[in-house]
Design a protein around this ligand. Structure first.
Ligand code: NAG
Ligand code: NAG
Ligand code: NAG
Ligand code: NAG
Ligand code: NAG
Ligand code: NAG
Ligand code: NAG
Ligand code: NAG
Length: 844
């Protein structure tokens, strides 16, 4: 059975596309292979109510206490009798205090037997001596006494894959039944091939990416039984991982054929790091097939569930940078054929010459707020830069942080290098037609002395075979646009608190903390794909990578770089990944609901940014995809007929992929945002006012009048309007929530963000928004799987405190029935509910 399934899935995968409904059959579309799974943590919690925290017996400290000390005491208290020399913790260096809210976000990592527990995290949010909320996924057992693996049957990867396989088979069966009940191939929902692709595509791709090699070649790495229980060779474990990870069949066959050759060919070097007072060895393994940089490896523990507890497995934790993926993977160190977890730091979306004196640059671009070329024309825009976010503008960076200067200054007095290209402190933008990993010397437009980036963009209809060459003619305009949009996003998010200490992307941090040398590398017209885009987020201090593609959905081709929504979506991956679980942990939004929300925040923020005072529904990626309803199943709308997504929608066929999950999250946030806009009104620009000379931010019409504490300190600034407030709450929520959050955790974090910022004045408005789409206080999920599966129950109620208030909005009818289960309902965008209902009756 398994063999059969694998073979037929390969065929489906090859025929499938990210975009089955685009009728451009020649489009060279490719689904990127991406692995992503890991153990469920049944014991992990996020607690955000004082009641829950007080019941632990932990009492507030004095307001003046050092917040990091408060967090330390809190952890010691929570670990109580379990805290020993062998079971302790470190306070991570990427902990920080939010400048506006004054909340200190403290990140804790568990250390057992002197070894880090890579998924033993606590995040503790402290203000004025009080623990406001915390997340905790610490291992709750005794320290293992040896590395002997007492759990040889446990193979999480294989377990996940067999679960997934039966899910695929079940869905295939119900689809076959459905088609058997149909008279012809063509249904009102589209052709059966389209339906199969829409329903089965994401889940089959998930299966193929993750499970193609799960049971095949692992015997290669079987350890010598005479040394069973000892720590194995990191290189064997790594080669095993590469067999599962490489998307390239030639590389795969070569590893299998010349296993020993590859093993002996890899070269290691070592460095040591301090973890608390333990020194930890980090291995750099070079010459690993299909990687583009040496792989980092270190020994850590990860937790594997056993009943409602977890046990510790000793693993090699690898950071593997490949052409299209950047993996954080853990592979058993005892039995290197077992992959325990994988997070891909890459996320898709279906998507020097010196001027004499410094003049601000001018760009001919689609101005901020114009989502795409269908919405407006290009105009000349000044280098906007926000003086707080980008103090030296978008085209300067210190020689010391300039990868092109290799740290060499031209002379001792020169500190800044000022460029006249799309190369600066926040963003390096350039073409990447070759689709290769190299970027430093790729082509960038050079505006010369006057700094005017004004280039032609007049794409012509050509023969299909010339469409690519035609698109390349506008590379100057397109790189300029990508640079402009990316810098605007940098400056905007900075002003809402994505700054240096919280892990933003900059080469130089102006002495304001955080890790530097991590501007975004932005590839325009990247040759490694079409009809998509992606972003890779390594931890703070390493460059993010954004790859934008051409879309072969029309002639002339449409260039993703020109659609702001797509660029914003991608850059938002960097935002949510760095803010969730702390700047140094990029493994918190890897799969399932967390990974889905990673997509959803991007759609939501892109939609908020393009929205205007007059309400409108919005699709995602409509221009690039050349499809009115865009690249998601539904357009974002308040109207349930137009967008029926609810929390329970996640149970439906076709929703086991991060994009579909994200679409539901984005829709829920969209509903919530409109509740705040109804209450607080709308402001035309999301950019707060420029700061004064002395760094003080004036309130303008943007913030509420400043308030001061009894000691004369200014209280946190609160955006006055609904649209700016929701953006602020969403970002603050990302900082509060724990690693690997669920929808519930992220919802609770947003509600707590409001509590902290406004004293909770929007408590009921937020709950009403969430409840409208089933995410009320009693929403539940049972049988959660790593892919985001499970059985969910919607709750349309609001907390008691809100029922008692008179809120003048349409309440849900009591006893509203759940959407019945079926395979066809959520397939084809644009189909009206009525016709789906008919169909459903027939199918049932
Ligand atoms: C840890 O395990 C003990 C014993 O099983 C249990 O009583 C306690 O509640 C657990 N603590 C946490 C934080 O899960
Ligand atoms: C380069 O930029 C820096 C930082 O903005 C500025 O102080 C300096 O004057 C500029 N140098 C030149 C030659 O324009
Ligand atoms: C762009 O400008 C042209 C010519 O002025 C005009 O016809 C067209 O409607 C404009 N396009 C948009 C999307 O505003
Ligand atoms: C260093 O370079 C700057 C910019 O070219 C120049 O103005 C200055 O005179 C140089 N200083 C020395 C000491 O050479
Ligand atoms: C880009 O602009 C430069 C001038 O800065 C020009 O020489 C070059 O031909 C342009 N490239 C294309 C493809 O038009
Ligand atoms: C919003 O609608 C009003 C009234 O219909 C109109 O006057 C105004 O121009 C519109 N504003 C925008 C930004 O579209
Ligand atoms: C919702 O959309 C449907 C379908 O377009 C439409 O018939 C209905 O009137 C809309 N409802 C509201 C409240 O706008
Ligand atoms: C900054 O300048 C403004 C306006 O000049 C003044 O009102 C404010 O008190 C100053 N703030 C600080 C911290 O000096």
């Amino acid at each position: 059975m398994r063999g059969l399934l694998t073979v037929s899935l390969v065929a489906a995968g090859l025929a499938g596309s990210a975009f089955a409904h685009i009728h451009d059959s020649d489009a060279p579309i490719r689904r990127r292979k991406s692995l992503g799974f890991g153990p469920i943590h049944p014991h992990a919690v996020f607690r955000s109510s004082p009641y829950q925290i007080q019941t632990n017996g932990f009492l507030p400290f004095s307001a003046a206490s050092n917040p990091v000390e408060v967090a330390r005491q809190f952890v010691e208290d929570r670990m109580a009798g379990r805290l020993t020399r062998d079971n302790t913790f470190i306070i991570r260096k990427d902990s920080y205090t939010d400048k506006n809210t004054g909340v200190t976000h403290v990140y804790i990592r568990q250390v057992v037997n002197g070894i880090e527990v890579a998924d033993g995290d606590m995040n503790i949010n402290v203000k004025d001596g009080v623990v406001l909320s915390y997340g905790d996924s610490f291992y709750n057992g005794t320290a293992p006494i040896s590395h002997v693996d007492d759990n040889d049957d446990e193979h999480p990867h294989a377990t996940f894959c067999s679960q997934l396989e039966s899910e695929v088979l079940d869905r295939r069966d119900s689809l076959s039944e459905f088609f058997a009940s149909q008279s012809g191939e063509q249904t009102i929902l589209g052709s059966s091939a389209d339906i199969k692709e829409t329903i089965m595509g994401p889940i089959e791709h998930l299966y193929l990416s993750n499970c193609a090699h799960v049971n095949k070649p692992y015997q290669l790495a079987k350890e010598d039984p005479s040394v069973a229980g000892s720590i194995g060779d990191s290189k064997k474990a790594l080669l095993q991982f590469m067999i599962a990870a490489t998307p390239n069949d030639r590389v795969l066959q070569d590893i299998l054929a010349r296993y020993d050759h590859h093993l002996s060919n890899m070269v290691s070097s070592f460095e040591t790091h301090l973890v608390g007072d333990h020194s930890v060895m980090v291995e750099h393994i070079d010459k690993v097939p299909d990687t583009v940089n040496p792989v980092k490896a270190k020994l850590v523990y990860v937790q594997v569930p056993k009943g409602d507890k977890t046990i510790l497995n000793l693993v090699w934790k690898f950071e593997v940078e490949m052409q299209d993926n950047w993996y954080e993977a853990s592979v058993s160190a005892i039995a290197p054929h077992r992959i325990i977890s994988v997070v891909d730091w890459a996320s898709d979306s279906p998507l020097p010459k010196q001027p004499e004196t410094k003049v601000p640059a001018t760009y001919n671009v689609f101005a901020w707020g114009i989502n795409d070329p269908a919405e407006g024309n290009r105009t000349l825009q000044k280098e906007y830069y926000d003086a707080l976010a980008s103090p030296v503008g978008w085209h300067s960076l210190p020689y010391a942080n300039d990868p092109q200067s290799h740290g060499l200054r031209r002379n001792k007095t020169d500190f800044w290098r000022n460029t006249s290209t799309t190369f600066g402190n926040n963003v390096f933008a350039h073409e990447d037609w070759e689709g290769q990993n190299s970027w430093l010397d790729n082509y960038r437009p050079n505006a010369g002395k006057d700094m005017i980036f004004d280039y032609k963009y007049k794409p012509k209809v050509t023969d299909d075979s010339d469409a690519l060459d035609e698109a390349k003619k506008y590379i100057n305009a397109t790189v300029t646009q990508l640079f402009y949009t990316s810098n605007m996003v940098h400056d905007l998010y900075y002003r809402y608190g994505f700054d240096e200490v919280s892990g933003n992307f900059q080469q130089y941090n102006f002495g304001r903390g955080g890790e530097e040398n991590d501007a975004v590398i932005a590839n325009a017209q990247d040759g490694s794909g079409y009809n998509n885009a992606n972003f890779m987020t390594p931890p703070d201090g390493q460059n993010g990578r954004c790859r934008m593609y051409l879309w072969s959905t029309a002639n002339p081709y449409r260039d993703g770089d020109l659609e702001a929504g797509i660029v914003i979506h991608e850059l938002s991956h960097g935002l949510s990944t760095r803010l969730t679980g702390g700047p140094a942990n990029s493994g918190c939004l890897g799969w399932g609901e967390s990974g889905g929300m990673g997509e959803g925040w991007g759609d939501f923020l892109a939609t908020m940014i393009r929205s205007t005072r007059n309400y409108s529904d919005y699709p995602m990626g409509a221009w690039a995809a050349n499809k009115e309803t865009g690249i998601r199943n539904f357009i974002y709308s308040l109207n349930e007929t137009i967008n029926p997504s609810t929390y329970k929608t996640l149970d439906k066929p076709g929703y086991w992929g991060v994009h579909a999950i994200g679409e539901v999250w984005a829709e829920i946030l969209w509903i919530v945002s409109q509740h705040l806009i109804n209450k607080h009104g709308y402001i035309d620009t999301l950019f707060p006012p420029a700061s004064l000379e002395n760094g003080t931010v004036p309130e303008g019409d943007f913030y509420r009048p400043a308030e001061y504490t009894s000691t004369g300190q200014r209280k946190p600034l609160i955006p006055k309007h609904g649209n700016s407030l929701i953006v602020q709450l969403v970002l603050n929520g990302m900082k509060l929530q724990q690693c690997r959050p669920s929808f519930f955790d992220a919802r609770d974090a947003i509600i707590q963000a409001d509590q902290i910022l406004t004293g909770g004045e929007n408590f009921c408005d937020l709950w009403k928004g969430f409840s409208e789409r089933g995410l009320g206080p009693d929403a539940r999920v049972e049988g959660r799987t790593p892919w985001g599966g499970g059985i969910r129950t919607n709750d349309y109620t609001v907390p008691l405190a809100c029922k008692e208030q008179k809120i003048p909005e349409t309440p849900k009818e009591p006893g509203k029935p759940e959407e019945p289960e079926d395979v066809v309902f959520y397939v084809e965008p644009g189909v009206t509910k009525t016709s789906c209902k008919n169909r459903r009756t027939k199918a049932a």
